[in-house]
Design a protein around this ligand. Sequence first.
Ligand code: SF4
Length: 428
Amino acid sequence: MVREQGLSVPFPERTFATVDHIIPTTSKGRQRPLMDPLAEEMLQHIEKNTADYGINFFSPDKNDQGIVHVIGPERGLTQPGMTIACGDSHTSTHGAFGTLAFGIGTSQVADVLATQTLAMAKLKVRRINFTGSLNPGVYAKDVALAYINRLGVNGGVGYAYEFGGEIIDNMTMEERMTVCNMAIEGGARCGYANPDQTTFDYLKGRDYCPEGEAWERAVTDWQSLASDADSDYDDTVEVKGEDIEPFVTWGITPAQSVGVSQELPAVGSFEEADQLVVKEAYEYMSFEEGQPIAGTPINVVFIGSCTNGRLSDLREAAKFVKGKKVAADVRALAVPGSQEVARQAVDEGLDKVFDEAGFQWREAGCSMCLAMNPDQLSGNEISASTSNRNFKGRQGSPTGRTLLMSPAMAAVAALEGKVTDVRDHLED
Ligand code: SF4
């Protein structure tokens, strides 16, 4: 679009590219030309366009490719106070660093490339305070699913979500990224956490971060960005950490979820306006009101994505599968979010842990999060997935069914072949 309009990219040094949705995750599948001619064409386009316009392309050839929301933070490109835009909904992830980060449409990408600006309406701000602490077996993914369950998939429309409270303060950056990643699933335009020492410690020494005196100046500047304790918000919500249990989605939106010890809700328990989509979910999923979610048989397990494809996610899942075997007939994939995550995981021997347990250890990419590469569900398979969307057909089969959960929950689902409460496996 930039080329067609005779425009240029005035700030190529502020623009970065990678390939994630379309890239196959097996070494054979990555051989060029890619088997899928459309994917090959897209890859050739990005290679040519980034070369023509002087844009840094994190590519498989250079061994620095990965999911955009994984490589931005890991390279230190994502820094507090920045405004970041990317042609993918889950750009909200970067808000974990105290950035304003927006997922935008393709034509807006062209606008940003050509002007380095973005036209937007002012957002309201909802502060979501997570108080107390999380019980064992409860993870950042459960925190994300909990606020979406509470506020709904449209609850955040017109809002930026600012996440805070002791639980967020005590989280690692990777956990904060998981929480912010799913803000978009709650309808919010972006997610945000205040930058603090955890943020600075994570960023220090990363490739694109300032060094020496410039680093000291940057940290002083970043410290000034955090919201004041007495800030006014358009809305404030409190979620008690102790009330959150491991969550599993049962329906076709990320808000249709229950705690793993619970039964699926009655249609009549929802507001009348929501009952249609609840009925639609039951019909699509072939589940019944009142059935327990635990024990639901699983065909496929996917551990990966920009929500849960980072090193800490793989480590956590590996703890549960180490020395165990994936249940017969379960197809299980462990997919690092970037080539750098893959390297670190291999250094720690995580690839072997997954391999010996019967998982397929894959190359970096979005994989089975969506249906744009060869990793897909078939028929009406049920997948235990650490990704962020359970929409109809999201994982490649028009009748495929997705249950979202944390990496630990997905790991034990792989071992048991059914939805299982990870808290029963904590002592193993
Ligand atoms: S992992 Fe899924 S949600 Fe994240 S960028 Fe890839 S396709 Fe989008």
